[in-house]
Design a protein around this ligand. Structure first.
Ligand code: SF4
Length: 465
């Protein structure tokens, strides 16, 4: 996914815009951008951040940005912010989401005589597409509403113009958006992590489909929410930053609760429990709290300069990061029976080749792998996903068991079924660990603490709202 940040301040906002955007750096690895409005024009900077981090690329730029309001984005895929001169006047826009029917929508717009300026390898920039759909409306609110009704997928956005920032959350709420308050100044962000060190306090969580205008006069509701909530569960399990909370539910606490549920359903004898950094660490802390097994660190992560191995689109880069960033501590693990907690198993190849193998080489006696969500069965279609269905470890297991790819995998979703058990056994052998257990879907939802109708679980059960 991407991370978006906006600020409406009383004086120059560039310092807070820079740091507020930087607090979203864990969400994307491709492009980043900043834009400010100085009362007369926009000042915009965009950089490719594939080879270096946001801070390094923007450190000199941000000091030259002028204006008291601005937007920032760390983008998973495309160049943003987009600037548009429209019948509603000029505006800048950043988005977080994925438009599954982008090709069809772009074809329709071409037919209507529209043109696109940001096209890469024949593919339109999704943020530009969203902007083009918005300007088809009677006004900005109507335009956002119309855009929401046309896209398949999800889209949360921030739109900056001379009035302030229009903040709109996806109508199913797949991605979060929260507003922070600092006196009479405002920030809006994907990650509430961005608020505390800049002095903002959470004012509200924007509801699914809700649109608000944030200006120097405060918050003005512009459109009511849909009442539907399908916020991404994976934010709490893996993608979100530990200091963030979504819908008022803190990530770190949910991860501890996942670890506790894992421990409650376990009776393995172990000398220690550790996690695969970063998110697996908190799942392991929860496991240790519940079981009394000592928490120790079998592997540590060398953080400076490394992205998350999940986010870069190229497999080669993901593998390189996975290989280099984790370092085992043989003195801790030698001869030990270890419970190892991780957030999820996607393909399983990095886990096997770059994590488990390091523990084995370090002399570990037994590895008992505990995963803080059920087997991933369906690639996300509401945000950018780096996985294809055939790559998923669970799907490879099913293919190996059945001798072919299955269209209908419902028999494998039932956690009490023999088929499910066989699938987990296959993955256990593939990973070469002594035992493997996944968190049950109901326990994962309980750990989050929302009703099961109010969180997206598509990754695991393939059900859409
Ligand atoms: S499909 Fe998975 S990753 Fe995508 S929004 Fe739903 S829970 Fe999140």
């Amino acid at each position: 996914m991407s991370g978006i940040f906006g600020i409406v301040a009383k004086s120059n906002c560039s310092h807070d815009l820079f740091y507020g955007t930087d607090y979203h750096s864990h969400l994307g690895t491709e492009f980043a951008g900043l834009v400010t409005w100085d009362g007369a024009e926009f000042n915009r900077k965009i950089h490719d951040i594939r080879g270096s981090q946001f801070k390094a690329k923007f450190y000199e730029d941000y000091k030259n940005l002028k204006g008291s309001s601005g937007l920032g984005v760390i983008s998973a895929k495309e160049e943003q912010p987009i600037l548009v001169h429209s019948k509603f006047g000029p505006f800048a826009i950043v988005t977080n989401g994925f438009v599954d029917n982008a090709r069809q929508l772009a074809a329709q717009l071409y037919k209507e005589g529209q043109s696109f300026s940001e096209v890469t390898d024949g593919t339109v920039n999704l943020t530009e597409l969203v902007a083009k759909l918005i300007i088809q409306g009677e006004n900005i609110i109507d335009g956002i509403e119309r855009m929401f009704s046309k896209i398949k997928g999800s889209c949360s956005l921030l739109l900056l113009n001379k009035e302030g920032i229009y903040a709109a959350r996806d109508r199913y709420g797949y991605s979060p958006l929260a507003v922070g308050e600092r006196g009479r100044e405002w920030a809006v962000a994907t990650e509430t992590t961005a608020f505390s060190n800049l002095g903002f306090k959470i004012k509200k969580f924007v509801s699914s489909g809700e649109i608000i205008l944030i200006s120097e006069n405060g918050l003005k509701p512009k459109h009511k929410g849909t009442g539907v909530n399908q916020i991404c569960s994976f934010l709490w399990i893996y993608t979100g930053f530990p200091a963030s909370s979504y819908e008022g539910i803190p990530v770190e606490v949910v991860r501890e609760r996942c670890g506790k549920f894992l421990a409650k359903n376990d009776n393995v004898k172990a000398d220690m429990v550790g996690g695969i950094p970063d998110s697996g660490t908190t799942h392991a802390i929860g496991y240790a709290m519940e079981s009394g097994v000592p928490f120790r660190r079998p592997l540590v992560k060398y953080t400076p300069g490394f992205d998350r191995s999940y986010t870069p689109p190229s497999q080669e880069t993901r593998d390189l990061i996975a290989k280099m960033k984790l370092i085992p501590i043989p003195e801790i693990i030698q001869g030990k029976r270890i419970v190892v907690c991780d957030d999820s198993i996607v393909r399983g190849t990095q886990l096997k080749n770059f994590t488990i193998s390091k523990l084995v080489e370090g002399g570990v006696k037994e590895i008992h792998l505990r995963i803080a969500c059920p087997p991933l069965m369906f690639p996300c279609k509401f945000n950018y996903s780096t996985r294809s269905i055939h790559e998923l470890a669970a799907r490879r297991a099913i293919k190996a068991i059945e001798g072919k790819d299955l269209g209908d995998v419902s028999a494998y979703l039932d956690e009490g079924s023999q088929k499910h058990k066989k699938m987990v056994e296959w993955i256990t052998k593939e990973l070469r660990v002594a035992s493997l257990k996944y968190l049950k879907l109901d326990d994962m939802v309980k750990a989050i603490g929302l009703s099961k109708d109010d969180v997206c679980q598509y990754c695991w059960n393939g059900r859409e709202p």
